[in-house]
Design a protein around this ligand. Structure first.
Ligand code: FAD
Length: 288
């Protein structure tokens, strides 16, 4: 903590943007990434530590005009307790259900998960298949300005995003899906709780008779960033989900992922997981 020269706890977005504009700020939400990364030396704290937990505009889940907005400070526990999330964004609900432990879910925020930009970040995969957009705000020219960007364009590399240093992520927005929309998330880790994903898969689509339309597939922990998988999506878009279509999707996925070998799994093992679990998820969606 010796690197910190000042501590700020703004109560408005305008105040937070002013602090960010003055430069050299570390943003602190739940702290569940900041604290361990600071201790291991992965994160070098900036001279100003800004606690954003007192800014009301960052709170809550709201629905208006076909769009659902989730404030950046929304915790995993709040997402898990939301009927709207459970019923209409089921993959996101499943990701929160498999997230760390109760203690971590109570403080870890969706904004922190997004801005930490880990390829293994669990909420990122369901957000990608729900076509989420990030909402960023700052005062680049002295006045508060907000911009939105599709989440799929937000990630650049592990830990790196298109967020400017003077911007705050204030929310994530998603279209309210139709009632016949299915969304599923599966995470494989080497132990059932408190584990980082070895791989994760998100699948979302509108079910029309035996076909899937508007298909979205995303993968975690198989590339430097979380990824959408357009060729996998195309292999099943509008098709009857028979064994041939499922085999084509699984073959397309193998070309779209670029896993590495690390302490959690080898490249080969990750490929086997994606093959088997994607196949299992597609059969599950077809038969239920
Ligand atoms: C034991 C343990 C288990 C974990 N298990 C999981 C797991 O199962 N799945 C998973 O995905 N993650 C896991 N994590 C990682 C972590 O809990 C999540 O990434 C969490 O969502 C981070 O949220 P936070 O509010 O604590 O973020 P913080 O630690 O406060 O911030 C994370 C990063 O985002 C930045 N930031 C935060 N909020 C904003 C904002 N609004 N605007 C701009 N920048 C911002 C911070 O500056 C920092 O760089 C685990 C961590 C630990 C320690």
């Amino acid at each position: 903590m010796s690197d910190i020269q000042s501590y700020a706890a703004p109560r408005t977005l305008a105040e937070a943007a002013d602090i960010l504009r003055s430069g050299n700020v570390t943003i602190f939400a739940g702290g569940t990434d900041v604290m361990p990364q600071m201790k291991t030396g992965k994160l070098k704290l900036q001279p100003t530590l800004m606690n954003i937990r007192h800014i009301p505009e960052l709170l809550g889940i709201a629905q208006a005009q076909g769009t659902v907005r989730i404030g950046a400070l929304t915790t995993m526990t709040e997402l898990l307790n939301s009927d709207l999330v459970r019923e209409r964004f089921h993959a996101l609900w499943q990701a929160c259900d498999h997230f760390a432990s109760d203690q971590l879910r109570n403080v870890g925020t969706i904004g922190g998960n997004i801005c930490n930009a880990s390829p293994a970040g669990d909420t990122l995969i369901p957000l990608l298949v729900h076509d989420a957009k990030v909402v960023l705000t700052g005062k680049p020219n002295g006045a508060l300005a907000t911009r939105t960007m599709p989440l799929k364009d937000f990630f650049l590399a592990p830990g790196r995003t298109r967020r400017e240093a003077n911007e705050l992520l204030i929310a994530v927005e998603m279209p309210l899906p139709p009632a016949d929309f299915v969304s599923e998330f599966f995470k494989f880790g080497t132990r059932p709780a408190l584990d980082i994903s070895t791989i994760s898969i998100g699948l979302a689509a509108q079910r029309k008779a035996k076909t899937l339309q508007n298909v979205r597939v995303a993968f975690g922990s198989v590339a430097p960033t979380p990824i959408r998988a357009p060729q996998t999506e195309a292999a099943i878009e509008g098709k009857s989900l028979d064994d041939d279509a499922i085999a084509a999707a699984v073959a397309a996925a193998a070309k779209e992922i670029h896993p590495i070998s690390d302490v959690r799994a080898s490249d080969w093992y990750r490929r086997e997981l994606v093959h088997n679990i994607l196949q299992r998820m597609l059969v599950h969606v077809r038969d239920h």
